[in-house]
Design a protein around this ligand. Structure first.
Ligand code: ATP
Length: 234
């Protein structure tokens, strides 16, 4: 579904991603593991069209999307749930959710999608009329995920969905991601909670200093010595 070939990308004159190649097949859950500053967010932002690569090629469902804008990649079905949630805090939860379905393919089915999404997120359903800014961090993360689902994405990318949340809420966020995965969604996820994420994923890539240094099945990565020492603290 998604292929990155030899991607170099960064900010201004600073190159962060060096020759990154990866792929995600339809129905797979793939994770990118790496330390702070390794370039995980940069990778997701590059796929989403928020950063233009300096070289390399990105293909989505056979179409070259390397030079597309963020708006255009959303239209194709690529949705990024950004780090830090980025909700419209002065708008209600419902208004935030409806903002998620501006993609043409999602707009027509907005009501059905809303019913479906709310069935996955009962807590969000209880708070539809409340301003998003008044929710707890965990609730805001649920709304951010629900808003991403409102776009009826073909590829859902999560950037650090458990960041800054209490352990019990982290558990809930992973349960929601598990539910989404069980619906057959295609997911690319970046998470500091490496153990949880590898448990939920099919495959993973290890990104260090902007380069992919290792890739394998998630189960194999869980028992890989380097991953255990560097990312699982074992
Ligand atoms: P984290 O888990 O800390 O978010 P990450 O692996 O997602 O880490 P990135 O956010 O992709 O890392 O950052 C990779 C590098 O790019 C870091 O050295 C960071 O300082 C740099 N960087 C990120 N955003 C910008 C920016 N807007 N301008 C310049 N450099 C940036």
């Amino acid at each position: 579904m998604l292929t990155l070939e030899n991607i170099h990308a960064g900010y201004g004159a600073t190159t962060i991603l060096q020759d990154v190649s990866l792929h995600v097949t339809a129905g797979e859950v793939v994770t990118i593991v790496g330390a702070n500053g390794a370039g995980k967010t940069t990778t997701l932002r590059t796929i989403a069209g928020l950063i233009r690569p300096s070289s390399g090629k990105i293909t989505f469902e056979g179409e070259d999307i390397t030079k597309l804008s963020a708006h255009e990649t959303v239209e194709l079905g690529v949705t990024l749930i950004p780090e830090g949630r980025q909700l419209f805090s002065d708008m209600t939860v419902l208004e935030n959710l409806l903002m998620g379905s501006y993609r043409k393919a999602a707009r027509a089915a907005q009501h059905d999608t809303l019913d479906y999404v709310l069935s996955l997120f009962p807590r969000v359903k209880e708070r539809l009329a409340q301003n998003a800014g008044s929710l707890s961090g965990g609730e805001q993360q649920m709304v951010a995920i629900a808003r991403g689902m409102m776009a009826k994405p073909k590829l859902l990318m999560f950037d650090e969905p458990s960041l800054g949340l209490a352990p019990i809420i982290v558990q809930q966020v992973f349960e929601v991601i598990d539910t989404i995965v069980k619906t057959g969604a295609t997911v690319l996820i970046v998470e500091q909670n490496v153990f949880h994420t590898l448990k939920a994923a099919d495959r993973g890539y290890v990104l260090e200093n902007g380069e992919i240094v290792l890739t394998d099945d998630a189960e194999a990565l869980l028992s890989n010595d380097h991953v255990r020492q560097a990312y699982l603290g074992i």
